[in-house]
Design a protein around this ligand. Structure first.
Ligand code: C6P
Length: 404
């Protein structure tokens, strides 16, 4: 088993300086850093394998196709999908949700139908449904949260009805870190015949999920938060649903036969992968997921839980620091306010000390509005962070407090 010190050696950026200070990277929920294995996979692809996939007879193209398709198998295992063709490569969570909203949504949501989302959704899992609901004259219902930042399950049960056609919720909240009881929520939605989309963007960086056990109809995540490059992500959809859905994009690769007045579409998953895909980043996504497996999901969980517990304890001890979101089940994400200081000012001062956190509304404007705040400071941890880095953050916050 690799120690955290050894794991850190895999991440070149963790050994750089920012503003003359050793980088303390605590913005992992925005995007995670990349291990050398992933960086090498990318450059090796362009050095040794680059060619277009699925369409040429030459050897390079065959090898690139094989490497690209191998990632589909890796993802299938990572989320325990039943069939490999249920794995569709997209640009990220945002594109995955838009795909479902355009393709499934516009054929299945009718006037008077209801779509349930939650107060914890990222704009990516809100705006596509809001627009769809307006277009189709459907209704958007929002599951409220309690004072801890947990979804109000009683209200959810009251909102569910035979009118509910879709429930779209995140597995884990990016802004407050709440882990939602999605298995139970999916079961309840299915009792009413509704389909469920799970935004797994903030869940997958912390380990695998089991879409069969969850019985999710759609599940998506972004590669760049799971130690892979930007511009690659995954949409899982149950085969019987994806087979019935019309394509999202039209063009090469997604067709079987074309003439000037007709077209037939390719089988899954190619029906949803029009054009030349993001080959290099897909291959690197496979490398990243393999890297997480090699580190060990238990190691990841243990280190991240230790960081969350330690940081919560230390930060709670800072006078006038208020943690926003205290759910019983939490990812290693701490949203907070420091006295009356504007989060942006806190972020800028910490940056001068080499500490990278995110500040603002975290793409959750309605949530911030309902909390009566403009935004928060957010420190988010990955398994390569250390307790010493938490100490640097706490020290930085104490210094920041004196300066503001
Ligand atoms: N959240 C954050 O700092 P994309 O941009 O498509 O990779 O992911 C969008 C997205 C969707 N859902 C959730 C729960 C997310 O956290 C995100 C991305 C980043 O919190 C960037 S805003």
């Amino acid at each position: 088993m690799k120690s955290i010190a050894d794991i850190r050696k895999d991440f070149p950026i963790l050994h750089t300086q920012v503003n003359g200070k050793a980088l303390v990277y605590l913005d992992n929920a925005a995007t995670s850093q990349k291990p050398i294995q992933v960086i090498d996979a990318l450059s090796n692809y362009y050095k040794t394998l680059n060619s277009n996939i699925h369409r040429s007879a030459h050897s390079l193209a065959a090898q690139a196709t094989e490497a690209y398709e191998a990632t589909r198998d890796i993802v299938q295992t990572f989320i325990n999908a039943k069939y490999r063709e249920e794995i569709n490569f997209v640009r990220g969570t945002t594109e995955a949700i838009n795909l479902v909203a355009y393709s499934w949504g516009r054929t299945n949501i009718q006037e008077g139908d209801e779509i349930i989302i939650s107060a914890l959704e990222h704009h990516s899992n809100l705006v596509p449904w809001q627009i769809l609901a307006k277009e189709q004259k459907a209704k958007l219902l929002i599951i409220p949260i309690n004072e801890k930042g947990e979804l109000d399950q009683h209200m959810y049960q009251k909102q569910l009805s035979s009118k509910t056609k879709l429930v779209a919720v995140n597995h884990t909240s990016n802004s407050l870190g709440t882990i939602n009881p999605i298995k139970e929520m999916i079961q309840q939605a299915h009792l009413f015949g509704a389909k469920v989309l799970i935004d797994g963007a903030q869940a997958c960086p912390h380990g695998p999920v089991d879409v069969q056990d969850l019985d999710a109809d759609f599940f998506c995540f972004s590669g760049h938060k799971t130690y892979a490059p930007t511009g690659i992500g995954v949409l899982y959809g149950k085969r019987e649903l994806m087979e019935q859905m019309p394509p999202f994009h039209y063009g090469g690769e997604m067709i079987k036969e074309v003439d000037y007045d007709m077209v037939t579409f390719n089988d899954l998953p190619y029906k949803f992968e029009a054009g030349t895909p993001n080959i290099a980043d897909t291959i690197a996504l496979g490398t990243a997921l393999n890297y997480m497996k090699e580190i060990g999901y238990e190691t990841i969980k243990t280190q991240e839980n230790a960081l969350l517990q330690y940081a919560t304890e230390k930060m709670s001890g800072i006078d006038e620091l208020r943690i926003i979101g205290n759910a019983a089940q939490k990812a290693p994400v701490i949203s907070f306010l420091l006295g009356t200081a504007h989060p942006y000012d806190v972020g800028v001062l910490l940056d001068k000390m080499g500490i990278a956190i995110r500040t603002g509304h975290h793409c959750c404007q309605p949530l911030m509005k309902s909390l009566g705040i403009q935004g928060t400071c957010r420190a988010s941890f990955a398994f390569y962070n250390t307790l010493e880095e938490v100490d640097v953050l706490v020290e930085g916050l104490l210094r920041t407090k004196k300066m503001l």
